[in-house]
Ligand binder design. Sequence first.
Ligand code: FA5
Length: 342
Amino acid sequence: MARINLKRLKNKAKKEIVKTQNLKELDKLFKKYSGKRGELTSILRSLKEMPKTKRLKVGRQANELKEFLIAQFDKRAKFLKDKSEKESKKKEWIDVTLPGEKILLGHLHPLTQTRRKVEEIFQSLGFSVIEGPEIENEWYNFDTLNIPKDHPARDFWDTLYLKGGGLLRTHTSPVQVRFLEKNKPPLRIIVPGRVFRHEATDASHEINFYQVEGLMVDDKGKISIAHFKAIIEEFFRRFFGKRVKIRLRPSFFPFTEPSFEVDVSCPICGGKGCSACKNSSWIEIMGAGMVHPNVFKNSGLNPKDWQGFAFGMGMDRLAMVKYKINDIRLFYSGDLRFLKQF
Ligand code: FA5
């Protein structure tokens, strides 16, 4: 009796399994046979009430049927899953008329743009572009530039000293000596780069900014301040795209003699006075002068043979004047509302 039931159950289940159209139907069917109150489950439960010989026989057959059904359900489940995946793939399509996603393009930082323009102009005037280390030592940053240990000028260029004797360079001037040591004049170089100062920040001062050093050396008597003025005026004319008003103001640098500062008329306030020019209507752009004999000596050159000019220009200040920016700190703020304007 039990054997006939099991056979019938097997055929019925087989037919019903192949008729299922999706995993939900298959799951429902599985519960009908093997769920808590499933047909096969009730047969297995009734075993304990059967006499021993019958129980052994029916038990074995029922367990065989159980394994058979599990295999059938698994097979159908795989089939239905593959089928539904294929169907959903068929439904997928690409709308080629949809507008593409816009890729956001960045651009060079205004200071990088400034540096490239500066390099381009000086290269066209015959200057080579040279680099030097940002981590310097006292010898090159101060001593070779005629600023011995206890000289008060060291206070102008207070910096951050590193453990082990190094320091963050306060200007690009040390590269003058580094280059002169290895290269015999005549020569014309510019040295763009990052410099550091230990000072309070305001609208025109940062603790980290960019300079470009310039150095032109030739035989004694060949280079004068007139050459410097002509070159720097030509540079400004090309950089700003028009003639700008500049003034040379006598100053002091231990590594130049005579020394002067070059100011540009403030384009931000047009001379009325503002925070960028500290109400003076001029913005100081660079320090300059004729190379001091001691700098030649410290570079291994005889000052009787050579003469030249040097300058150190603030690149941030140049960019401020060109783009009419009233606060240097904006360059380092990382504020996209500011940067996107360039
Ligand atoms: C120097 O650094 C000299 N090495 C320049 C020099 C070179 C003179 C060669 C003679 C011969 P000074 O400290 O003045 O000088 O700086 C030069 C320029 O760097 C300034 O004119 C200004 O444009 C810029 N600068 C100086 N300090 C700051 C600062 N804290 N933030 C932004 N720019 C600055």
